[in-house]
Ligand binder design. Structure first.
Ligand code: NDP
Length: 473
């Protein structure tokens, strides 16, 4: 597979393998971009951004509609690619791929709705009615989009679709584990008639190409999703640019003593283990009222044990491998170290190659590393609390603030929780693992800055220009 730079599919002297984490087979090879490839991508993006300033919302929306149609037609092909390069169960990969068309069309619509506002300049002393003021929204220019491995389609589209729909050019740098889906999406936009220089998809290691892309002065906006460490590094390198950072998390779900235990157990059994727990809004922590603690564990255990580990391409598989064997080793170690510190392993936690059996770890202190540090693996740490107040303290105790969930039948307690948790996206009577592509989405604290969700992303990928018309003065 070649990468797409400055209007051309190109190779390179050096390449890297894309490995299927389930069986270790090589799925494909992609080029490792060198400095000259990056420079060509930047120069092309700069030229395209200037041309796109003259594009109309109607023209852009038409391209997005065609791209949405092509994404619909390619769902199965793209789902197979996601499953092969990431090890995501094919049924989850199909759901991910089938969201592409609507997401692109939504971006097309929002990109044609760049509303400004009228300014009440007569309220400025001395301005009277002789002046008119309003704002215009315009594309911000060259957008660099850097994406993680865990949702190789959705997290790429949540950046490139709004960027292109709003009239920007984009340089996409997908995760090294999952470049093939990103390249397939690049082809979707090109086949839909996008300006050939408006998108480049650079493959290669982020630690090699990242600084050059992020520091370049032609880039106006960096939109990054990934770990908190890399996000902080990018913020240091970027300088004065528009920046969105969607970073790490350790999301809590609180289950109070009046909750529907069965509903909560069903939701945690799916929200803690989807994509082998490699989801930023995964349920990492279940914070459970002591009165129902044992009943909740009894309800959760059979559901977690019923998850089917296996070949991701098999439709009966509900739990695939982690993205690599070293990630599986890290997750296995985090679980066993927590157990050594006094937690109780209810089920799972055994590794074979890149797979780890789905684990429930009970009696985890909320200060323990299994609660505090992002796990990104198929395990839920369960902690007992005696009140809503204690649950709030536990929920807020990490450096992260991406999502949180609460199960209760009591609206007043719900409101207290929703107001009291410091996180970007909150759910009552579900876990944080739920997302509609239209909703504002992003974290607080160490989980990042800025919001995604198509309308929010477009707001962050455009500039607001203030215009004043002066009459007789
Ligand atoms: P990483 O931070 O390791 O990588 C993310 C991207 O950054 C990859 O494309 C990577 O490239 C690139 N990168 C690495 N080093 C640099 C650098 N120095 N400069 C610029 N780019 C660089 O994250 P993962 O891919 O491992 O993804 C998992 C992380 O993503 C978790 O922390 C998870 O919480 C977070 N995430 C957050 C979400 C949110 O919405 N808040 C959603 C999904 C995931 P390469 O692969 O080549 O190293």
């Amino acid at each position: 597979m070649k990468m797409y730079i400055a209007g051309e599919w190109v190779g390179s002297d050096r390449s890297q393998s894309v490995i299927n984490p389930f069986d270790g087979s090589i799925v494909d090879e992609v080029p490792l971009a060198d400095a000259s490839a990056i420079e060509r991508a930047l120069a092309a993006a700069d030229r395209a951004a200037l041309r796109l300033l003259n594009s109309t919302g109607a023209e852009r929306q038409k391209i997005m509609e065609r791209a949405g149609q092509l994404a619909d037609e390619r769902v199965e092909e793209i789902a197979q690619t996601i499953s092969l390069e990431l090890g995501k169960p094919i049924r989850e990969a199909r759901i991910e791929a089938s969201r592409a068309g609507d997401l692109i069309r939504l971006a097309g619509f929002e990109g044609a709705q760049l509303y400004g506002q009228g300014l009440p300049l007569d309220a400025h002393p001395g301005a009277g009615k002789q002046r008119l003021g309003f704002t215009l929204r315009e594309p911000c220019g060259v957008v660099v989009a850097i994406t993680p491995f865990n949702f190789p389609l959705l997290l790429v589209l949540h950046k490139i679709a709004p960027a292109l729909a709003a009239g920007n050019s984009v340089i996409l740098k997908p995760a090294s584990h999952t470049p093939l889906t990103a390249l397939a999406l690049t082809r979707v936009f090109l086949d839909a008639g996008l300006d050939p220089e408006a998108i480049s998809c650079i493959t290669g290691s982020g630690s090699t190409v990242g600084d050059r892309l992020c520091a370049d002065e032609r880039v106006r906006k960096i939109t990054f999703t990934g770990s908190t460490g890399v996000g902080n590094h990018i913020a240091r390198v970027a300088g004065a640019k528009k920046l969105s950072l969607e970073l790490g998390a350790s999301c809590p779900t609180v289950i109070l003593d009046d909750a529907d235990i069965e509903r909560a157990a069903v939701a945690v059994a799916s929200g803690g283990y989807a994509n082998a727990g490699q989801v930023c809004i995964s349920v990492q922590r279940a914070i459970v009222h002591e009165k129902i603690y044992a009943d909740f564990l009894d309800a959760l255990k059979p559901k977690v044990e019923a998850l089917t580990l296996g070949n991701p391409l098999d439709v009966s598989t509900t739990l695939g491998p982690l993205v690599s064997e070293s990630e599986a080793e890290r997750v296995e170690r985090s679980i066993s170290e927590s157990v050594r510190r006094g937690a109780r392993l209810i089920t799972g936690g055994e590794r074979s190659g890149a797979t780890v059996t789905p684990a429930i770890v009970a009696d985890v202190d909320s200060s323990d590393a299994l609660s505090q540090d992002e796990l990104f693996g198929p395990a839920v740490a369960v902690t007992s609390v005696s009140s809503l107040e204690e649950a709030l303290i536990a929920a807020n105790s990490t450096t992260y603030g991406l999502g949180a969930g609460l199960f209760t039948e009591n609206l007043s307690k719900g409101i207290k929780f929703l107001r009291g948790v410091n996180a970007g996206v909150l759910h009552m009577n579900w876990t944080p693992l739920w997302r509609a592509d239209l909703m504002p989405y992003g974290g607080t604290k160490g989980s990042g800055i800025g919001k995604e969700g198509i309308r929010s992303a477009i707001a962050e990928m455009t500039e607001e220009k203030t215009i004043v018309l002066h009459g007789d003065v």
